[in-house]
Design a protein around this ligand. Structure first.
Ligand SMILES: [Fe+2]
Ligand SMILES: [Fe+2]
Length: 299
């Protein structure tokens, strides 16, 4: 059941979180060089990407509310991670991107801070039951891993794209520092989920429930309605991820594939992740056809 054979101990997790906090303080807004050579061009190519990502980053405060719904009594390591390390880092990412989009002449980011997903509401209602709490905790780690992995990939592509445009200041003083903080988040979720499986915290029926929920209620990060789905599809296309959608899906779903599916159905790519991505690209194309040509603009 372990993903790499290494036994994850609570101490390793603690040390990982401490290290993240020490090595990666929240990025200061003023450390960013705001020089933009061709704002119109950056806006045209990546404005919708930046806008989507600033929203997702700023929605971290809602994510904390969701977490407290799901895990009303989190363990100390989880609490330390999301409250002291993760939330302050993500908020700083969001503020940097929000300022960037305004520098590019776009309206400020509009994070949705109150809408809570159906999964969470359903689980939250039952969260005081211990077996459900355990299911919720694994769901939290798996969702987190998929989310952080998508962020890593998106920032990699975005910084490469900005470099190509010659926008070195943005690429190197904004996106590169943000991008460096995401893999540590991913590692936390991967290690935490792996540890739960290694310690056999969940009974077979609980694991089945997790599989069912991932399969039937999978959401791409930041996608809560049709418009956002089309926006996500637009990002996939703008960042050139469409050429290898399967590879992208495999990457996003790597932790759940290892932990939930590899020995179960021999699935190489969680099919629901790939389906979700295809659906988003499709929604984007439909929208293009409906609105005429040109990338989907944030509303
Ligand atoms: Fe982030
Ligand atoms: Fe992150």
């Amino acid at each position: 059941m372990s993903s790499h054979g290494v036994l994850i101990t609570p101490r390793m997790l603690d040390e990982h979180v401490d290290r993240l906090g020490e090595k990666h303080p929240p990025i200061e807004l003023d450390s960013v060089d705001r020089t933009v050579l061709r704002p119109d061009l950056v806006r045209e190519q990546y404005g919708h990407v930046i806008d989507f990502m600033s929203r997702v980053e700023l929605e971290v405060d809602r994510n904390v509310l969701e977490l407290l719904t799901l895990l009303p009594d989190p363990g100390e390591t989880d609490r330390h991670f999301f409250q002291d390390v993760w939330q302050p880092q993500e908020i700083a990412h969001g503020r940097i991107l929000d300022r960037m989009q305004q520098d590019l002449g776009m309206p400020p980011s509009q994070p949705e801070l109150e809408r809570i997903g159906l999964n969470i509401r359903v689980l939250g209602a039952l969260a005081h039951l211990r077996p459900i709490q355990e299911v919720a905790r694994l769901m939290y780690y798996l969702t987190g891993a998929a989310t952080e992995r998508s962020a890593v990939l998106a920032y990699n592509r975005l910084s490469a794209g900005l470099e190509r445009l010659g926008e070195k200041a943005l690429a190197r003083t904004a996106i590169a520092p943000i991008k460096r903080q995401e893999p540590g988040h991913f590692a936390f979720y991967r290690m935490s989920a792996t540890a739960m499986l290694q310690q056999r915290v969940l009974a077979p029926w609980q694991l089945r429930l997790v599989r069912t929920m991932r399969k039937h209620a999978f959401q791409l990060v930041g996608v809560y309605d049709k418009q956002q789905k089309a926006q996500y599809g637009g990002i996939v296309v703008a960042l050139g991820l469409e050429e290898d959608l399967e590879g992208y899906a495999r990457d996003i779903g790597v932790v759940e594939r290892d932990l939930l599916w590899a020995q179960h159905e021999g699935m190489h790519v969680p099919t629901y992740v790939l389906a979700g991505l295809r659906d988003a690209v499709e929604a984007y194309r439909e929208r293009l056809t409906r609105l005429g040509t040109g990338p989907v603009r944030p509303a």
